[in-house]
Design a protein around this ligand. Structure first.
Ligand SMILES: Cc1cc2nc3c(=O)[nH]c(=O)nc-3n(C[C@H](O)[C@H](O)[C@H](O)COP(=O)(O)OP(=O)(O)OC[C@H]3O[C@@H](n4cnc5c(N)ncnc54)[C@H](O)[C@@H]3O)c2cc1C
Length: 498
C-alpha cells in the first residue's frame, strides 16, 4: 500500500506530479526533495492547450491568482516559417477538418493555395490578436489556447500551491541511492539524512537519477527521426515589440529557432544538430538573425524515452522520463497527462498497484511519446524551405514510423476525415488528424485531390476569410487582455474550466 511518496525534483515535473497526486489522493504524504545547487532547467516554456485545463480544471488553481504569480501570456498556436509558403499558422482549433455552409468538402480541401484565416483563431494569429471582442466589449477567452511563461515564475507559483496543500519540501542533494528488491529503498542526502518511501517519483530532470541511474532502465533513442541534440537559448528585454499571441518556429540552417513571448522578455533559441553545425557556427547564425540577444547558454540533450517509465517502485516524470525538442512544446503535456494517469491508476487500485496496472501505464506513456515523435517527424521530413546539408538529410532520412500511414492516406485522398478513427485513435490522439493535416497542408505536401476552387467556392471562402479577418482586427491584443484580466473588474467564471 502506497502511503508516502518522495518526489526527487522541484522543477515543473516534480511539482506538477505532487499537485496532481495530492488533488486526487489528498491523504498521501508527499515530500519533494530538490537541490538549490543543481537548480531547475530554467528554459522559458510554451505549453499546449491542455495545460490551462489541467491547472485550472483538474488542479482547481484560480486563474486570477495564477495570472498574478506565473505571469503567463497566451499562445494560440505556432507560426511556422517552414516549408514552401512564406509562413503558416498551426492553431489548437479544428480548422482544416472544419466545414462552412455551402462547401461540400472540409476546409482542408480548400487550403492548398491559401491556408490563412479559415477560422477565428487562425485569423487572430494572422492579425496578431489574442481574443475576439464580444458584443459587450469584453474579450472572448476560450479554452483552446495555451500559455507561455518563464520556467522560474511557473515553478515558484507551483511551489506556492504545493505548500498550501501540505506538500513538504526538503532541500538537499541526493548523494546515494540505495537499491533493494522493491526497486529503490532509500535516498541519502548530502546531510546524511536517509529518505524512505513506498513510491519514488523521479523528476530529477536529464540526470534521471533513479530510473536511468539507479535502476539502469534502457533508453530508447528517437535518433532515426529527430536529429537535433543541442539548443542555444538567449533573449532580450522587450524594446517596444508587440507581445505576439503565438510561438514562432523558424527554419534555420541546421535546425530551427523558437521565439516565445513573455510580457517583458523575448525568449529565443536555436535547436540544432551538432553533426551538421558546430556550437560556434550555430551561435554566429543565431546572433546574426537576433541582434538584440544578450547572454546565451547551450543545452545538450538526447531525444528519446526510457523503455518503461514506471519500474518497480519508481515512476519517472518530466525530462527524467524522456525528451524531445520543444518544436510543439509537448513536455508539459506529457507531464500532466502521465501524472493524471498515475493519480487515476493509484486511486482505482487503492494505492496497491499490480504489475498489469504498471504495464498498461507504461504502454499509455509510450504511446504519447511515440505520437509526438511521429508528429515531429512530419515537420522534418517535408520541410522544403532550405537546401542545406541538414535539411536534405532530414528529407531523405527521417523515419515517419506511425505517421507513415497518415501521410500515405493524405497523399492519395487529400485531407479526408473519412475513416479518421482508423488512422488515429481520436480518444487518445494528442494532435488528432487536424494536427497532421495542418502540418502537411502548411508545408504544401502534394496530394492527389488538389484542385482549384470553382467560382461559388471561391466566393464562399473569400466571405469566410473576410468575416474572420474583420472580427480578428477588432479583437484584443495580448497587452490589452493582460491589463483586463489582472484588473479589479475582471471575474473568471468559476465554471469555465469545469
Ligand atoms: C531548450 C529547451 C526548451 C524547452 N522548451 C519547452 C517548452 O517550450 N515547452 C515545454 O513544455 N517544455 C519545454 N522544455 C522541457 C522543459 O525542460 C520541461 O517541460 C520542464 O521544465 C520539466 O523539467 P523537469 O522538472 O523535468 O527538470 P528540471 O527543471 O531540470 O528539474 C530537476 C529537479 O531535480 C532536482 N535534482 C536533480 N538531481 C538531484 C539530486 N541529485 N539531488 C537533489 N535534487 C536533484 C533539481 O534540483 C531540480 O529541482 C524545454 C527544454 C529544453 C532543454
Amino acid at each position: 500500500m502506497i502511503q508516502n511518496i518522495v518526489i526527487l525534483g522541484g522543477g515543473s515535473a516534480g511539482l506538477l506530479a505532487a499537485l496532481t497526486l495530492k488533488a486526487r489522493l489528498p491523504r498521501l504524504g508527499i515530500r519533494v526533495v530538490y537541490s538549490k545547487e543543481i537548480g531547475i532547467i530554467g528554459v522559458g516554456e510554451g505549453s499546449t492547450g491542455d495545460l490551462p485545463n489541467h491547472l485550472h480544471g483538474y488542479l482547481g488553481i484560480d486563474p486570477a491568482d495564477f495570472h498574478q504569480r506565473a505571469r503567463p501570456t497566451w499562445k494560440l498556436g505556432v507560426h511556422f516559417e517552414w516549408g514552401s509558403r512564406p509562413s503558416f499558422d498551426y492553431t489548437f482549433t479544428k480548422t482544416f477538418i472544419g466545414t462552412t455552409p455551402g462547401l461540400a468538402q472540409h476546409l482542408g480541401f480548400h487550403a492548398w493555395e491559401n491556408c490563412d484565416s479559415l477560422d477565428a483563431n487562425s485569423a487572430l494569429m494572422h492579425e496578431k490578436k489574442a481574443f475576439l471582442r464580444l458584443p459587450n466589449g469584453a474579450p472572448l477567452i476560450r479554452r483552446n489556447i495555451a500559455y507561455h511563461f518563464e520556467n522560474a515564475h511557473f515553478v515558484a507559483a507551483l511551489e506556492h500551491y504545493a505548500t498550501i496543500l501540505g506538500i513538504r519540501f526538503t532541500e538537499g542533494k541526493v548523494r546515494h541511492v540505495e537499491r533493494g528488491p522493491e526497486g529503490v529503498s532509500s535516498l541519502e542526502l548530502d546531510s546524511g539524512e536517509k529518505l524512505t518511501a513506498d513510491l519514488f517519483i523521479d523528476s530529477s530532470g536529464f540526470r534521471s537519477e533513479l530510473l536511468g541511474g539507479a535502476l539502469e532502465e534502457p533508453f530508447k533513442s528517437f535518433d532515426d527521426s529527430l536529429f537535433c541534440d543541442r539548443a542555444i537559448a538567449g533573449g532580450w528585454e522587450r524594446t517596444g515589440e508587440p507581445v505576439l499571441p503565438y510561438t514562432i518556429a523558424e527554419t534555420m540552417k541546421a535546425g530551427w529557432a523558437w521565439q516565445i513571448e513573455h510580457e517583458q522578455h523575448i525568449n529565443r533559441g536555436y535547436v540544432f544538430s551538432s553533426a551538421f553545425l558546430s556550437d560556434t557556427d550555430a551561435e554566429a547564425e543565431f546572433r546574426n538573425k537576433n541582434r538584440k540577444v544578450k547572454q546565451t547558454r547551450i543545452v545538450n540533450f538526447r531525444t528519446g524515452r526510457y523503455r518503461r517509465t514506471w519500474v518497480k517502485n519508481v515512476v519517472a516524470l518530466g525530462n527524467s522520463a524522456g525528451f524531445v525538442e520543444p518544436l510543439e512544446a509537448t513536455a508539459l503535456f506529457v507531464i500532466c497527462n502521465s501524472a493524471r494517469a498515475l493519480a487515476i491508476a493509484l486511486a482505482d487500485c487503492e494505492c496497491d498497484p499490480q504489475p498489469t496496472l504498471r504495464d498498461v501505464y507504461n504502454c499509455t506513456v509510450t504511446k504519447m511519446w511515440e505520437e509526438i515523435r511521429d508528429f515531429l517527424a512530419v515537420h522534418y521530413r517535408f520541410n522544403s524551405r532550405l537546401d542545406t546539408p541538414f535539411w536534405k538529410f532530414c528529407r531523405e532520412k527521417t523515419a515517419l514510423h506511425g505517421a507513415e500511414r497518415i501521410v500515405n492516406f493524405y497523399q492519395e485522398n487529400g485531407p479526408s476525415t473519412a475513416f479518421a478513427g482508423e488512422l488515429l485513435t481520436p480518444e487518445t490522439s494528442i494532435f488528432q488528424l487536424e494536427g497532421f493535416y495542418a502540418l502537411l497542408l502548411g508545408q504544401r505536401v502534394p496530394h492527389k485531390r488538389v484542385r482549384a476552387s470553382n467560382d461559388e467556392e471561391s466566393r464562399i471562402l473569400t466571405a469566410l476569410r473576410s468575416t474572420n479577418t474583420n472580427e480578428a482586427k477588432r479583437g484584443f491584443s495580448v497587452e490589452e487582455s493582460l491589463v483586463l484580466v489582472r484588473g479589479p473588474h475582471w471575474k473568471w467564471n468559476p465554471d469555465f474550466y469545469k
